[in-house]
Design a protein around this ligand. Structure first.
Ligand SMILES: *Cc1c(COP(=O)(O)O)cnc(C)c1O
Length: 394
């Protein structure tokens, strides 16, 4: 059941949990343990360490003290037993999916999922005889209908990061449990502060730490939060074997960024809400996509399973052709033209950059007029005025 996370609890997790300053000269900030190896007094001790690499610092592909502090905090925020850190969000996603499937299994994946995750199924896991079905995640009946006797995983992303479609997480988790299927969710957009899927029954929760957890567009990282049994299994398997672990320096940078996560998210979210509400009324804009808009078809579900939304949103621009979209994006002065999101800066990316030039594009789900914006930490009116002047160039 969903229980709101109280500001006091968040403060404790971000400022105290997992830290023991007496171990490092009472330094206020967390130390960076930039070590590949840890030493032992005797060979007997080394042997014990090697047999328990998930709980003993032996080699940083296993446990590292700086990473351990971050793992404790992220698991507590997500309300899961444990957390593992990876070199990127994709490394975490790949480890999660691969830990659950065997040759001959089947995966159900939402059709608006972050494309590299779809590619893992479409181009990579098919080589190992793993089938997949893409379904419309808004449609519970479609998810149910896609279940086969060999379905092992339902892979979710809610909200999705271009059209902000939601899945009813509690309902999907219940269906999955009836069939013994593992549920995995990409929770990057909402973060653990605004959505904790494990409380709704989801088994594995993934984050791209490259986005809000890092928050400064200066690192890549991923996190996987789950129960201790799955965590141990993934640690011994994909984590240690594929080896895509997070460098301690990145964990240290994320620990710095976490201290400001609540205030950053509040600002990103309120600016996005303000811009969305203003842009909905703008004559040059057809439609705005953001889960906490009353016009969002799943607004009630958003309020039910999320405590807030962050800085990413999209809109369809009233343009006659793709050049109009280019002119709008190129005229923005305060938004940088770049992929990704989650840093302090505002960004813009039109969906049409993904469409090869000269192709006859016809996909009713994604309009070629779609533009995605990340609202950074700048003044909301500074950003609004910039969008308004650029809309005149469409
Ligand atoms: C960026 C992103 C990822 C992948 O994370 P990386 O750190 O780039 O590997 C996964 N899911 C979503 C929704 C993302 O935006």
């Amino acid at each position: 059941m969903r229980t709101p996370i109280k500001p006091k609890e968040i403060s404790h997790i971000l400022n105290e949990l997992g830290e023991d300053r007496t171990k490092y000269y009472n330094a206020a900030a967390v130390p960076l343990m930039q070590n590949s190896i840890f030493t032992f007094d005797t060979i007997e001790d080394l042997r014990c360490g090697l047999n328990a690499q998930d709980s003993t610092c032996v080699y940083s592909r296993g446990k590292n003290p700086t990473n351990s502090i971050l793992q404790a905090k992220l698991a507590a925020l997500e309300r899961t037993e444990e957390c593992l850190l990876f070199a990127s969000g994709m490394a975490a996603i790949s480890a999660a999916v691969m830990s659950e499937v065997r040759s001959g299994d089947h995966v159900i994946c939402m059709d608006q999922t972050y494309y590299p995750a779809v590619k893992l199924l479409k181009q990579y896991l098919v080589r190992f005889n793993i089938e997949y079905t893409l379904v419309d995640g808004k449609d519970l009946a479609a998810i149910k209908a896609a279940i086969q006797p060999n379905t092992r995983v339902i892979y979710l992303e809610s909200p999705t990061s271009f059209l902000f479609d939601l899945q009813d997480l509690e309902a999907v988790a219940n269906i999955a449990k009836e069939h013994g299927i593992t549920t995995i969710i990409d929770n990057t957009f909402a973060t653990s502060l605004y959505q904790r899927p494990a409380e709704l029954g989801i088994d594995i929760v993934i984050h791209s730490a490259t986005k809000y957890l890092g928050g400064c567009s200066d690192l890549m990282g991923g996190a996987l939060c789950t129960d201790s049994v799955r965590c141990k299994n993934i640690f011994d398997g994909e984590f240690m074997t594929l080896g895509g672990i997070m460098p301690p320096f990145h964990a240290w940078l994320i620990l710095r960024s976490l201290r400001t996560l609540p205030i950053r998210l509040k600002q990103h979210g309120s600016t996005a809400q303000y811009l969305c509400e203003r842009l909905e009324k703008h004559p040059k804009i057809e439609r705005v996509y953001y889960p906490f808009l009353k016009s969002h078809p799943q607004y009630e579900l958003a309020k039910k399973q999320m405590e807030g939304a962050t800085g990413l949103f999209s809109f369809d621009v009233k343009a006659d052709d793709e050049q109009g979209i280019h002119r709008f994006c190129n005229s923005l002065k305060c938004f940088m033209r770049a992929i990704s999101w989650g840093g302090y800066e505002s960004l813009v990316v039109p969906f049409c950059v993904n469409i090869p030039e000269g192709t006859d594009y016809d996909n009713p789900a994604f309009s070629w007029k779609l533009v995605r914006v990340h609202a950074g930490l700048e003044d909301p009116n500074y950003l609004l005025e910039d969008i308004e002047q650029a809309l005149e160039k469409v």
